[in-house]
Design a binder for this molecule. Structure first.
Ligand SMILES: Nc1ncnc2c1ncn2[C@@H]1O[C@H](COP(=O)(O)OP(=O)(O)O)[C@@H](O)[C@H]1O
Ligand SMILES: [Mg+2]
Length: 310
């Protein structure tokens, strides 16, 4: 494989997947859970970090899963999970320093020995949340099919035909990308994933789809198909299980909906175009192959937007 040493960033072994957007309840934790379990089941070494210090959904899920694992009749895969605490000092600076130290220690512990790190984040803007963004190789933003969620991404200015007044969240991503380029010449593959898609294509969903594709060029992201609204995506949470687990071996035969859920998660993982395992190719090398393919994609998307190649 030929890599241009001057151009290629210094890639760590672990591919960092950050699941984030500024909207509560859009499915960040649900996606983190399913993605982490899917990667574990594919045989990867996976670490997970729960930065949603208040809700701790990811942490509770893996606690439930760990206790299920003790008695389960089949193998239950577990990631190496980190749940940093929030700094409790009165000084913001002290808190941020402490949070940075804990986070950096977690990353340092796994970045060279694990293949994927999945980071779930809180809905609110915080220091840790921004820090996580600037480490992301793949940034996943789940989005409900509504224009309300779109509003978090961008507000379109109609004044003097000036479009694209970028709203809060997209600004966070732009800033993280800028920092990332400066620090290690890396890039962030930003993937918007639709979540809780209604089974019937409504007019609204079509409109959202259309608007998203237009925005994708402007804000430089990709769109993945995503997950439908399904009971199976939430009902197994208390057990620490997912539709991907060997449910058929326990209490029931798989329903059509469960089979579709598995297919959706498989499709989502494919759509993410993560570094893939291939015969004779080490993980770091597949990270470089990933980097080259994704840089190419964003170079072309940038050209569509009218940016000069960097
Ligand atoms: N695709 C889906 N189908 C059904 N329920 C979902 C789906 N995605 C999320 N949920 C449910 O919606 C609620 C919010 O999801 P969650 O993942 O906790 O969002 P966030 O982490 O962004 O706040 C949870 O009750 C979750 O079980
Ligand atoms: Mg959450």
């Amino acid at each position: 494989m030929n890599f241009d040493a001057d151009e290629a960033p210094e890639l760590r072994t672990a591919h960092v997947i950050v699941v984030a957007n500024e909207k509560g309840g859009s499915g960040k934790s649900t996606m983190s859970i399913h993605l982490a379990v899917a990667l574990l089941k594919a045989g990867y070494r996976v670490a997970t970090i729960d930065l949603d210090i208040r809700q701790r959904t990811l942490t509770r899920f893996f606690e439930n899963r760990a206790s299920w694992a003790k008695t389960a009749p089949w193998r239950v895969e577990l990631p190496k999970h980190f749940a940093p605490d929030r700094g409790e000092s009165a000084s913001r600076l002290d808190n941020e320093t402490a949070e940075f130290a804990i986070f950096a220690e977690a990353i340092g512990e796994v970045e060279h020995s694990f293949e994927f790190i999945v980071i779930d984040t809180p809905a609110s803007d915080s220091y840790l949340m921004r820090l996580a963004h600037s480490l992301a190789d793949t940034l996943i933003s789940p989005m409900n099919d509504s224009f309300i969620d779109m509003d978090v991404l961008t507000r379109v200015h109609h004044d003097r035909g000036q479009r694209g007044m970028v709203a809060q969240y997209a600004e966070i991503v732009i800033e993280a990308r800028r920092k990332r380029r400066l620090v290690d010449n890396g890039l962030i593959d930003w993937v918007l994933v639709r979540n809780r898609v209604a089974t019937l294509q409504t007019n609204n969903a079509k409109q959202v789809d259309h608007a998203l594709r237009r925005l994708a060029v402007e804000l430089q992201f990709r769109v993945a198909e995503g997950l439908h609204d399904r009971v199976i995506f939430r009902e197994l949470f208390p057990l620490g299980l997912t539709a991907l687990d060997a449910l058929e071996e326990s209490h029931h035969t798989l329903t059509a909906s469960q089979k579709s859920a598995r297919r959706e998660i498989d499709d989502l993982v494919n759509d993410l175009r993560l570094p893939e395992r291939a015969a004779g190719v080490g993980h770091l090398e597949s990270r470089h192959i990933w980097f080259n393919a994704i840089s190419d994609f964003y170079r072309k998307l940038g050209e569509l937007k009218g940016e000069r190649p960097r």
